[in-house]
Design a protein around this ligand. Structure first.
Ligand SMILES: NC(=O)c1ccc[n+]([C@@H]2O[C@H](COP(=O)([O-])OP(=O)(O)OC[C@H]3O[C@@H](n4cnc5c(N)ncnc54)[C@H](OP(=O)(O)O)[C@@H]3O)[C@@H](O)[C@H]2O)c1
Length: 324
């Protein structure tokens, strides 16, 4: 099969399409013929050598895909060759075929084409599992950074569907407009005083749940803006790993800081996350309550270009690679 291989750690140019051996499913696994694979920020880190695949995972980049079942491993029930599917992967998405535990494979939402499906799983799994962990519920104030990105646009819409007030930051006027178009009650530039804007909209209540892809850079502001019993959920470290925590501030608010990744979890946990995505998120997508992010569609052979575009920060929504 053809797959995108990073010949060494480095710039997007290290990504080459090469012929590699097609994998075969073991017990409890299926082989998917990939139609489309989403490009995620974590893929850039893996290419640079900063985010190695977990033990046992494919070294090929790619955390999500859509396609058809091509082979069913021993002990797998419920899937047949030719079934349309999509999967949450620990790696291997940038290829014509990928092997994945059957629990991490779900049927696509009704009415969604397979290119769009290729870019939905990672964001749906990350957003729904973390908002569930944080206990986001109706009437809460919710904040996400990068509201026009893959994670951000899903987070705004899922939070709205849960009945929360959704607030988002973004880096340009067009991206702020996009956040509003998918339902953000507040969209504010992260170059401005977003803490004041959030306090203003919540009438001083603060934020009940923050979904935070930035980390260290915003920790102080997050502790300031957190509501009493608020939950800060760190899912990314684009703003660094180390910062000082004012425990007094956290203590007086009875606040909680949580931090998670989806990728390194055991198969059983990822399978449970996928089952919840199919049950709780897909109906919202099929009904139109959650609109998939705008897409830039490129061919698998253009993986380096896809990484350049995502790295530039100019991209809005998801970048998706399609196989021929
Ligand atoms: N823990 C997990 O399991 C998990 C899973 C998936 C993703 N993630 C993390 O979630 C983050 C988003 O992933 P993605 O795939 O959605 O990437 P993406 O589409 O590239 O989005 C990244 C977003 O970060 C925003 N951003 C950059 N600098 C910022 C700043 N200083 N302040 C506020 N926002 C800023 C960008 O906003 P503008 O475009 O407006 O500049 C952009 O929307 C990444 O850090 C990724 O590693 C974590």
């Amino acid at each position: 099969m053809l797959a995108v291989i990073a010949v060494e750690a480095g710039a997007p140019e290290v990504l080459r399409v090469e012929e590699v051996e097609t994998p075969h499913p073991g017990p409890g696994e299926v082989l998917i013929k990939v139609a489309a694979a989403g490009v995620n920020r974590a893929d850039l880190l893996q290419r640079q050598g900063h985010y190695p695949p977990p033990p046992g995972a494919s070294p090929i980049i790619g955390l999500e895909c859509s396609g058809d079942i091509a082979e069913v491993g021993p002990g797998v029930t419920g899937w047949e060759v030719g079934d349309a599917c999509m999967a949450l992967l620990a790696g291997g998405g940038y290829a014509e075929y990928v092997v994945v535990p059957a629990g991490q494979v779900v049927e696509p939402p009704d009415g969604i084409d397979r290119v769009t499906a290729g870019g939905l799983m990672e964001t749906a799994a990350t957003v729904s599992s973390n908002l569930h962990l944080a206990g986001l519920s109706s009437g809460d104030f919710f904040l996400v950074h990068g509201g026009s990105g893959g994670i951000g646009s899903m987070a705004i819409q899922y939070a709205k569907a849960l009945g929360a007030t959704a607030m988002a930051t973004a880096g340009s006027a067009a991206k702020l407009d996009y956040c509003r178009s998918v339902g953000a009650d507040l969209a504010v530039s992260y170059r401005e005083d977003w803490v004041a804007a959030v306090q203003d909209l919540s009438a001083g209540h603060g934020v009940d749940v923050v979904l935070d892809p930035i980390g260290a850079k915003y920790l102080g502001q997050h502790l300031t803006v957190l509501a009493t019993e608020g939950r800060l959920v760190v899912i990314g470290l684009q703003g660094g790993q180390k910062a000082e925590v004012n425990l007094g501030q956290l203590l007086s608010k009875r606040g909680r800081i949580l931090a998670t990744t989806v990728r390194s979890r055991p198969v059983a946990e990822k399978s449970a996350i996928c089952a919840r995505v199919a049950e709780a998120v897909w109906p919202l997508i099929s009904s139109g309550a959650i609109r998939p992010a705008p897409q830039t569609v490129l061919r698998l052979e253009q993986a380096a270009e896809a990484h350049r575009q995502l790295e530039s920060g100019d991209n809005l929504g998801k970048i998706i690679l399609t196989t021929s």
